[in-house]
Design a protein around this ligand. Structure first.
Ligand code: ADP
Ligand code: MG
Length: 423
């Protein structure tokens, strides 16, 4: 995939109507009050919006939010599958489920952050949106309703894409969190308008794309998290690129078991043992250094206050489970990143959500903060871990897309990037 894409600075947006795809899929309070519990994603879009406004563009912003079911029949079907009694499923309840995923709170927060009014359209491409978009002037911001209120959005329906495109003259995508999906608003629309990236996607492409295409070496990949099975693509791709691969987290126990180790109650994917061995062989054949934990912190329960002890890898007693890398492994891994040119990190080293088992993840974050390497964090939980442990501002780049950054590291083509104009 070509990562060298035109940006908002490579096209003339002065006085133009710009359709801007953002990732405003923010977490909302569970009580249905519409309170945004973390506005990071809205703030992340501000530089691009501000730039467009400074250029005198009329900004028509759009985003998805959650997973609304855009047709009543389909909603009834899904709720019934979940075990709800069909007799209780009224059209009113369906409409309420949609209303809960309105972008209304986003419009309010965006307006506060920009210090100017943001109008919310009642629909995506319906009469209200089209009229408001037509009347929109340079320097003004309109937010369309949740793109997934349209059935055609997730199906990448060309008719929907055409209608969205018809409202604007230029398409700017800044929704990195959604570029791995070929939807009408993330990819389809680019067929009908000059399509470029905003600053957020530009940075993701520069940093992650740069590290994948021409890394400053040595390139060290740290892979952890829960399961081997969810990281196969990443391991495979990085084995082709990296000089060193470090394995930690829950997936390390499948590697250990595959080599005949005892893993007690640790996370284990029996079906992936052969694959783990294959990866070890592949690394040997390619001359990639593959580091596995030499010791591990085990607990007598999966709980924050469980009893714990340190044991050698492959020697976990019955009834115990590994929840973190051990102190010798920490030292080994910190040494391995010390003189790296680039470090790509995906997946925590242990159950960092429990303080007692966050030690390994914290030590690795600390080690990264001290290197002069380009440090890239990808994956939703890894980003959360680095933030929670207080090292966020010490990293070169923390990807804003969980699933998207994983697919990026897997070397997959991202439809929301591929559709943008090449430089
Ligand atoms: P990311 O979202 O960064 O890609 P993953 O979703 O793969 O990361 O994994 C994150 C999860 O892995 C965390 O919730 C963490 O608690 C869990 N995890 C890490 N180590 C272990 C372990 N030893 N046992 C069980 N879960 C683990
Ligand atoms: Mg995750």
């Amino acid at each position: 995939m070509n990562y060298n894409k035109k940006t908002v600075k490579d096209v003339d947006v002065k006085g133009k109507k710009v359709l801007l795809r953002c990732d405003f899929n923010v977490p909302l309070a569970k009580d249905g009050s519409g309170v945004i519990t973390d506005d990071k994603r809205i703030r992340a879009a501000l530089p691009t919006i501000q730039y467009l406004l400074d250029q005198g563009a009329a900004v028509i912003a759009c985003s998805h939010m959650g997973k609304p079911v855009a047709s009543f029949d389909k909603w009834v079907q899904k709720q019934t599958e979940k075990g709800k009694d069909p007799a209780t499923l009224t059209e009113e309840k369906w409409k309420k489920s949609l209303a809960d995923l309105s972008l209304k709170p986003v419009a309010a927060r965006l307006s506060e952050l920009l210090g100017k009014s943001v109008t919310l359209a009642a629909d995506v491409v319906g009469p209200d949106a089209t009229a408001k978009a037509a009347a929109l002037k340079g320097g003004e911001v309109l937010l369309l309703e949740n793109t997934r209120f349209e059935k055609g959005e997730t199906k990448n329906d060309p008719e929907l894409a055409k209608k969205m495109a018809a409202m604007a003259e230029v398409y700017v995508s800044d929704a990195f969190g959604a570029v791995h999906r070929a939807h009408a608003s993330t990819a389809g629309v680019a067929a009908y308008l000059p399509a470029v990236s905003g600053f957020l996607i530009q940075k993701e492409l520069e940093v992650i794309g740069g590290a994948l295409a021409a890394p400053k070496r040595p390139l060290v990949a740290i892979l952890g998290g829960s399961k081997v099975s969810s990281k196969i693509g990443v391991i495979n791709n990085l084995l082709e690129l990296a000089d060193t691969i470090i394995i930690g987290g829950g997936m390390a126990y499948t590697f250990s078991a595959a080599q005949g180790g005892k893993v007690g109650n640790s996370l284990l994917e029996e079906d992936w043992k052969d694959y783990a061995n294959e990866m070890v062989k592949k690394a040997q054949a390619k001359g990639v250094k593959l580091l596995l934990p030499v010791d591990t912190v085990v607990a007598d329960a999966f709980a924050p206050d469980a009893n714990s002890q340190v044991v050698k890898s492959g020697e976990i007693p019955d009834g115990w489970e590994g929840l973190d890398i051990g102190p010798e492994t920490v030292k080994l891994y910190c040494d391995a990143v010390a003189d790296a040119g680039t470090v790509i990190w995906n997946g925590p080293m242990g159950v960092f959500e429990f303080d007692k088992f966050a030690v390994g993840t914290k030590a690795v974050a600390e080690a990264l903060s001290k290197t002069s390497a380009i440090t890239i964090i990808g994956g939703g939980d890894s980003a959360a871990a680095v933030q929670q442990l207080g090292y966020a501002d010490k990293m070169t780049h923390i990807s804003t897309g969980g699933g998207a950054s994983l697919e990026f590291m897997e070397g997959k083509e991202l439809p929301g990037v591929a559709c943008l104009l090449d430089k």
